[in-house]
Design a protein around this ligand. Structure first.
Ligand code: MG
Length: 282
């Protein structure tokens, strides 16, 4: 695809199977939270999980009072959302709920594993071989992403430029006004989702702007690939970038439909679908 001059990738969930990575986390989190709940309430975990899963309009990752990512974004968010619900039912105060959830998160997170999608290495190697500037923009810390890339060990891994702590979840005005950002509306509607999606994610924008300054590319010549429409793709798509959604089993149909309905947008179940979009051999 000759019109693409730059590739921006999300990492967790996009290159990895985040649900498998987080399985030990989920187990430790559930065991831990039971200590703060009556046995009857603790036994309601699966029911609460279904409730949260079935209603992305109502439940999600709340940041400063607005939902900024759906609860299915990853198992960490899902556990926190379910935990919040059960602790509230149990009568714990908001402050105490945060304290318990943060403690559980800290205890359980180090137990997470690294599990790559089966085609991760092949795809990264094909992207590197294309010679296009290749960036990973992730909410995770740069060292954390780098360590995982080292574990994957693809040929040409030094060509991958990692930008961590992207804070894609923060709705924020950038320090310096920028005409592209100014053009962004506050929110967009996604058919199938009852709540609006917030677009003015200033920290994520800054990360992309720096990449465009560095490469000379712009939104319309950039391919952005991620596993969560709201977090990874909604803003870049609105800025004019091409977007590719790498779906997970629980990605709702309305996310796939939304990207497929966008000019140049696409979705696939495996990461290799990105190579097809870029017309690269895999
Ligand atoms: Mg992700």
């Amino acid at each position: 695809m000759s019109s693409i001059e730059c590739i921006v990738l999300d990492f967790d969930g996009t290159f990895t199977r985040v649900d498998e990575e987080a399985a030990p986390f989920v187990e430790a989190f559930r065991t831990g939270i039971a200590e703060h709940l009556s046995p009857e309430r603790a036994a309601r975990w699966d029911d609460a999980a279904k409730l949260v899963q079935a209603d992305p309009d109502r439940y999600g990752w709340e940041y400063e009072g607005v939902i900024v990512a759906p609860s299915h974004a990853d198992p960490y968010i899902r556990c926190t959302t379910i935990g919040q619900l059960l602790l509230a039912e149990e009568g714990h105060s908001p402050g105490r709920r945060t304290e318990i959830l943060q403690g559980l998160y800290k205890h359980a997170y180090p137990l997470s594993r690294t599990v790559f999608r089966p085609d991760a290495k092949m795809v990264v190697e094909a992207l590197v071989a294309s010679g296009l500037p290749l960036f990973v923009v992730s909410n995770s810390a740069t060292e954390h992403v780098r360590a995982k890339i080292d574990a994957l060990d693809p040929i040409g891994k030094s060509a991958i430029r990692v930008r961590g702590d992207a804070r894609k979840f923060v709705i924020h005005e950038p320090e310096k006004p920028h005409s592209l950002f100014t053009s962004l509306p506050e929110t967009m509607e996604l058919p199938g989702l009852g709540r609006p999606i917030h677009l003015r994610r200033g920290f994520y924008f800054e990360a992309l702007r720096k990449i465009w300054d560095e490469t000379g590319a712009g939104p319309e010549t950039t391919m952005v690939c991620g596993d969560i429409f709201e977090l990874d793709l909604a803003m870049p798509a609105r800025l004019g970038a091409r977007v590719h959604l790498v779906a997970r089993p629980e990605t709702p149909e309305y996310e796939r439909r939304a990207v497929r309905g966008m000019p140049g947008g696409s979705a696939s179940q495996d990461l290799g679908g990105l190579l097809l979009q870029l017309e690269l051999p895999g």
